[in-house]
Write a protein that binds this ligand. Structure first.
Ligand code: ARG
Length: 461
C-alpha cells in the first residue's frame, strides 16, 4: 500500500509536494486574518447540515464547540499554524479533526474551499466596509466642526492655482465633506454586492447533498445568495468595486493632502500643521515637513496599484476557480489597512489644523479677486457683461501697474474706466462684500456655509 503523502488529497498522489512549492503555494501567511470569518461560516454551515439531516445533533455540537475552542486558541496565540496545511481553511479543519476526530471530518460535506474562501472574503469585507464607513463619517464630522469655526474666514479661491475669487475657508472644507458623502454612498452600494453568499456553489457546480443555502445565508446575515455556482466561486467583482471605491476615497484624501502641503509651505503660509503630525530634517534645522499628508498622497498610488492588480488577476481567468484567485487577498487586505490608517490619521489631524486668517486675508487682497464683482456691478448699472469684462481688465492692468488692489483705487481713478462707477462700488470691492454677495444655495457666503453645515450634520445622524 502507498503511504499517504498529504492528509487532504493524498489519495491520488505518489510524491509529496516539493518543499519550496509548498511555501510558494501557501496563503497562510496572509489569509490567517480570515480565521474568525472562516469559523463563523463553518458554524453556520454545520448548523444547516444538521438541520437537513447530514449531521447528527451530537456531531454538530462537537463541531461548534471545537471551532469555538479553535477561535480562542487563535486569539490567545496558542494556535499552531502550519505552512504544510497551506491555508487558513485547512489549518482550522485539521485542528478540528485533531480535537474531535470523525465528526470534524464531516464538516466539509457539501462545500469546497472554493466557495468557502469566497464566502470568508465577503464576510471580512462586509465588516471592513462598515468600519471604513464609520471612519469616513468621523472625518466628515470633524470637517463640519472646522468649517463652522472658519465659516467667515476669507481665503483666495483658486482656478489654475491662480487666485480667482474670495471664498470662505469653511466652504473649502465643506467641499471635502461632499466628496466624502459620495464615497459613503459608493461604499453603501458596493456593500450590497459584497453581501451575497457563494457558499453552496461548492467546487464549481453545486453539490449532490440536499443543502439549504437560504438557511446558511440567513445565519450569516447575507441578503441574498449567489445564483450561479460557477459565478459564485469565481466572482471577485465585489472586491474590485471595493478597490475602485477605495481608490476614489484615496484620490480625495490625496487632493486634500496636496492642499495641506501647499498651504503649510512658507510660500502660502495659510495654515500650521500640528507639530506632532510633522517631522524635522536631519540636516536643515529650519524644516518642518508635512509627512502625514505626503504619506497619504504617496499611499494613494499604492491603492491604485492594488486595484490594477486585481483587475489584471481577473482579466484572463477562465471559469471557474483558478489558483490565481488566491492573489486577490494581499491587494484587498493591504487596501483595507491603508485606507483605514489614512482616514484615521486625517480625522485625528483635521481638528488641530491652525488657520492663519490674516495671511489668507492678505493673500486674497493681493490677487484682484474682486474683479468679477466689479464686472457684475457694472452689469447691474446697464453695461453688457463682455464690455464690463473689458473695463475691469483695464482697471486690473492699471492696479498692477500702480501696485494697488481695486479697492485701493480712488473713485476718480475708477471713474476713468467707466463713468457709471459710483461710491457704492467700494462695498462691492471689499472681500467681505464679495463673499456675502454669493448668497444662494451651494455658494460661499458665510450664511450659506453655516446652512450647508447644518444640512450636512443632519446626514451624519
Ligand atoms: N487558499 C485558497 C485561496 O485563497 C483557497 C482555495 C483553494 N482552492 C483550490 N482549489 N486550490 O484561493
Amino acid at each position: 500500500m502507498r503511504e499517504k503523502v498529504n492528509q487532504t488529497w493524498g489519495g491520488r498522489f505518489s510524491k509529496p509536494t516539493d518543499e519550496f512549492v509548498k511555501i510558494f503555494g501557501a496563503s497562510i501567511f496572509f489569509d490567517k486574518i480570515l480565521a474568525p470569518y472562516d469559523i463563523q461560516s463553518s458554524i453556520a454551515h454545520a448548523t444547516m447540515l444538521q438541520e437537513v439531516g447530514l449531521l447528527t445533533k451530537n456531531e454538530k455540537n462537537q463541531i461548534i464547540k471545537g471551532l469555538e475552542k479553535i477561535l480562542s486558541e487563535i486569539k490567545t496565540g496558542e494556535f499552531k499554524w502550519s505552512v504544510t496545511l497551506e491555508d487558513v481553511h485547512m489549518n482550522i479543519e485539521a485542528r478540528l479533526v485533531e480535537m474531535i476526530g470523525d465528526a470534524g471530518k464531516k464538516l466539509h460535506t457539501g462545500r469546497s474551499r472554493n466557495d468557502q474562501v469566497a464566502t470568508d472574503i465577503r464576510l471580512y469585507l462586509r465588516d471592513q466596509v462598515d468600519d471604513i464607513t464609520g471612519e469616513i463619517k468621523r472625518l466628515q464630522l470633524v470637517l463640519t466642526d472646522l468649517a463652522e469655526k472658519e465659516a467667515s474666514t476669507i481665503m483666495p479661491g483658486f482656478t489654475h492655482l491662480q487666485a480667482a475669487q474670495p471664498i470662505s475657508f469653511g466652504h473649502h472644507m465643506m467641499a471635502y465633506f461632499e466628496m466624502l458623502a459620495r464615497d459613503v454612498e459608493r461604499l453603501f452600494d458596493c456593500r450590497k454586492r459584497v453581501n451575497s453568499m457563494p457558499l453552496g456553489s461548492a467546487a464549481l457546480a453545486g453539490t449532490t447533498y440536499p443543502i439549504k443555502r437560504t438557511r446558511t445565508a440567513e445565519l450569516l446575515g447575507f441578503e441574498r445568495i449567489c445564483l450561479n455556482s460557477l459565478d459564485g466561486v469565481s466572482d471577485r467583482d465585489f472586491a474590485i468595486e471595493f478597490l475602485s471605491t477605495a481608490s476614489i476615497i484615496m484620490m480625495h484624501l490625496s487632493r486634500f493632502s496636496e492642499e495641506l502641503i501647499l498651504w503649510s509651505s512658507a510660500q502660502f503660509n495659510f495654515i500650521e500643521l500640528p507639530d506632532n503630525f510633522c517631522t524635522g530634517s536631519s540636516i536643515m534645522p529650519q524644516k518642518k515637513n508635512p509627512d502625514v499628508p505626503e504619506l497619504v498622497r504617496g499611499k494613494t498610488g499604492r491603492v491604485y496599484g492594488n486595484l490594477t492588480s486585481l483587475l489584471t488577476i481577473m482579466k484572463s481567468q477562465p471559469l471557474a476557480y483558478n489558483k490565481d484567485n488566491q492573489e486577490d487577498k494581499e491587494p484587498l487586505f493591504d487596501t483595507v489597512d491603508t485606507l483605514k490608517a489614512c482616514l484615521r490619521v486625517f480625522a485625528d489631524m483635521v481638528p488641530i489644523i491652525q488657520t492663519k486668517r490674516d495671511n489668507m486675508y492678505n493673500s486674497t487682497k493681493q490677487g484682484y479677486t474682486t474683479a468679477t464683482d466689479l464686472a457684475d456691478y457694472l452689469v447691474n448699472k446697464g453695461l453688457p457683461f463682455r464690455d464690463a469684462h473689458e473695463v475691469v481688465g483695464k482697471s486690473v492692468a492699471y492696479g498692477i501697474e500702480h501696485q494697488k488692489d481695486l479697492s485701493e483705487l480712488s473713485l476718480e481713478e475708477l471713474q476713468t474706466f467707466d463713468s457709471r462707477i459710483e461710491n457704492d462700488v467700494f462695498e462691492v470691492l471689499s472681500l467681505e462684500g464679495s463673499l456675502n454677495a454669493r448668497n444662494h444655495l451651494g455658494a460661499t457666503s458665510p450664511n450659506q456655509v453655516k446652512q450647508a453645515i447644518k444640512i450636512a450634520r443632519e446626514t451624519l445622524k
